[in-house]
Design a protein around this ligand. Sequence first.
Ligand code: HEM
Length: 350
Amino acid sequence: MLAWIKERLPFDGNQLRELTNEPVPNHLKRWWFALGGTPAYLFVVQIATGILLAFYYKPSPETAYESVRYITETASFGWLIRGVHKWGATLMIAAVILHQMRVYFTGAYRKPREINWMVGMCLLICTLMLGFTGYCLVYEQLSYWGAAVGANIAGGVPLVGGFIREMMLGGEGYNANTLPRFYVLHAAVLPTLLTLLVIIHIGIIRLQGVTEYRFADQLEEEAAGKKQYFNFFPDHLLSELILGLGLMVVLSVLATVLPATLGPPADPLTTPEVIKPEWFFYVTFRWLKLFSGTVAILSTGFIAFIMFFWPFIDARIRRHTRFSEASVWIGIVGVFLIIGLTVWEAVAAH
Ligand code: HEM
């Protein structure tokens, strides 16, 4: 059988092993250095559970809410699939943020990895947009008003705001075209974009290799002449698989103990007393509430711009000033600000 296949597909297992078996630096045995694999794994979980949800989900204002109710209450294991998808999104966003923090605080974005940092920023935006569009699909009160408020915020962007808002909603206001539009973005456009970006991201990592660090124990090993690398296959791959199994357990427990719920259905005529986005937008939402209209939107855009081009800004600071580790202090302030604003929004009634 094997010979029959080999005759038709002259596939060389050794070549594939050589191609994938890049030696991995020892510091990647520390899990926080290998956090990039976690969002990649969770993305696969999201695709698998998303396909199952798509078998039942019906993206129109008349049917969306009922189809989510059907998935949650009637379809076999629908509650589990929906719960895993919802918690998978939360964990994926958390993993992307933690991975970005690791990259930031270890300076792994510095020359020659500036481009990969920018690809990473696109991955972050794409992941957040997946979370936002997914939240809007349920068509419960909060997701309806979340979408409406999100579109209004986008509408406030100078010059292009009106265009973005209309593109998002498929018209002047929320209408019958809006939900299918969010669905196409959530289930087709953004996952395809994310897949392409991950391929580019990993491709660049393969070209450049990961940043090499030497910790005290590794320096000792080096002095003792021990090897500084381990095999991608099977050692690193097996660690990632074990991590994946652990995540599967965590996801199943979360989906069972804290299942995905369903709020009241969307009512376009009644604005809810409290409109809250998902937790990962709390920080932006609070920021936008702190400042008025255009100032809030322009300052948010400015922060995103700084984050995007941070490797170049950091290089200038290091070259022209004495504050070579300014990034660490800026990062610490940034993290406290993000946590502070998120907690503030979480506990605030309005
Ligand atoms: C879906 C999202 C993402 C996936 C699947 C992903 C995947 C990975 C993987 C597998 C690595 C190899 C080392 C490691 O595991 O840390 C890596 C490294 C890297 N990532 Fe990501 N990443 C994502 C998002 C981001 C984001 C948001 C940023 C920053 C804005 C970023 C910037 C980088 C950089 C600069 C490296 C090189 C690190 C080094 O050389 O040590 N990534 N990424």
